[in-house]
Write a protein that binds this ligand. Structure first.
Ligand code: CTP
Length: 404
């Protein structure tokens, strides 16, 4: 499942940037909860974060009511990653010395999740040896420090200590999670991925096909290799992308050929990911000679018959496989996606809206919604528009989660 981020806000004028950060993290499909120190509440209200995250904001350590809800130990256990932004010199000092005098410091002491912190303070405070010693100590304890920006500060000083822009913070958090996520989560697994378009001959020189380029499948192959899996790509012959380092590629032409190869390689596989745009129909009688125009004939009628469904056949033939489908829809997206999830007996399906021309076929970006088989009891995951590489990493995170 997508990582759960606990965003800790400490006192500082840059706390307003954390509101945008919370919004960006949610837009990227993360689950976000917020905890605040008392001084953070002086700069920005908990209500702002409650409205942005849809979750109650945690501010109190010694509050019976709050502890009856999600207590500080539960909060510490809930988080997959804690991000302190902004991290004040005061909180940095407390953490470096093991203090737990408010909710934020107590939760951070109690959590086993990795902690990233983005210091933000006046440039003179930032330059102070005590602050730098405390940060060095936290880095030794395994905290990840996000370097502050330099520039004009709210107090009028110029120098280092500014909280980076929310977009930059969000990017750094995503990169951190990618490394964590793809840290060999598919080690020892064999993944078969179909990619690109099939090509259905009409005669020796013509064919029926579609616009799929294979980019999504190749991005997934790269992410799976990164996660430690052995990867075989079964690609349509029009795919012209370089095979990702560490993956094997097998080229096919028609849907029938794709199915034949998949049936062979999937026997030993653990995961099957079907990104290929398989032609739904093929020509019933492929002409052995080139079709010719004739003077008395204004049209040509092709008799098409259904192609095999590669994904559905693989999921039925090899029920041990974790199967992932993709769907491109132009309307009623959720219903169609869920229908395919059930009809094709899948564990997971990622669906995109191909009516949006800025994503999907041929584009470098994509936006998707992921649905899971009912047995997992998981909610859908929204992946906002981002590069296909990033989407692929997130999807691999979803797959790895289903294997747990
Ligand atoms: N798929 C497949 N073999 C087919 C058709 C589809 O393996 N003959 C796979 C695709 O790779 C994708 C999923 O099934 O992962 C959904 O494909 P899609 O074309 O959207 O669904 P269809 O079942 O063909 O339904 P429709 O075209 O009616 O939307």
């Amino acid at each position: 499942m997508t990582p759960k981020i606990l965003l800790a806000i400490t006192g500082g004028i840059s706390a307003y940037k954390s509101a945008i950060l919370a919004r960006l993290l949610i837009k990227n499909g993360h689950q976000v909860r917020v905890m605040m120190t008392p001084s953070a509440c002086e700069f920005i209200t908990p209500l702002t974060f409650q409205a942005l995250t849809g979750n109650e904001v945690h501010t109190e350590l010694l509050d019976a009511q709050a502890e009856r809800g999600m207590g500080h130990i539960e909060l510490a256990k809930w988080a997959d990653l804690v991000v302190i932004a902004p991290a004040s010199a005061n909180t940095i000092g407390k953490l470096a010395n093991g203090l737990a005098d408010n909710l934020v410091t107590a939760v951070i002491l109690a959590t086993t999740a990795p902690v990233m912190l983005a210091p933000a303070m006046n440039q003179a405070m930032w330059g102070n040896t005590i602050v730098q010693d405390n940060l060095a100590k936290l880095a030794r304890f395994g905290f990840t420090i996000i370097a502050p920006d330099s520039g004009e500060q709210a107090c009028g000083d110029v120098g280092a200590g500014r909280l980076p822009e929310p977009e930059t913070l969000c990017e750094q958090i995503s990169q951190f999670l990618t490394v964590q996520n793809t840290a060999q989560t598919l080690a020892g697994k064999m993944v078969v991925i179909t990619a690109g378009a099939t090509l259905e001959p009409i005669d020796p020189v013509r064919y029926l096909s579609n616009h799929s380029t294979g980019k999504m499948g190749y991005a997934l192959a790269k992410a799976c290799v990164g996660a430690g899996a052995k990867v075989i790509i079964i690609a349509g012959e029009k795919v012209s992308l370089p095979t990702p380092l560490g993956a094997e590629k097998c080229t096919i032409g028609t849907a029938d050929e794709m199915l034949k190869v998949c049936l062979q390689v999937c026997e030993k596989a653990d995961i099957f990911i079907a990104t290929a745009a398989v032609a739904d129909f093929k020509v019933a009688n492929i002409a052995t000679q080139k079709l010719k125009k004739t003077a008395d004939n204004d049209g040509l009628t092709l008799h098409l018959v259904k192609n095999p469904d590669v994904l559905a056949t693989i999921s039925t033939t090899y029920p041990h496989l974790l199967t992932v489908g993709f769907a491109a829809e132009t309307q009623d997206i959720e219903n169609y996606a869920k229908g395919k999830l059930i009809a094709k007996n899948l564990d997971m399906i990622a669906v995109n809206d191909v009516s949006d021309k800025t994503i999907g076929f041929g584009s470098d970006d994509n936006a998707m919604t992921v649905f899971f088989a009912e047995k997992y009891g998981l909610d859908k995951v929204n992946l906002a528009k981002m590069s296909k590489d990033k989407i692929a990493e997130r999807l691999v995170g979803c797959v790895a989660n289903l294997l747990k």
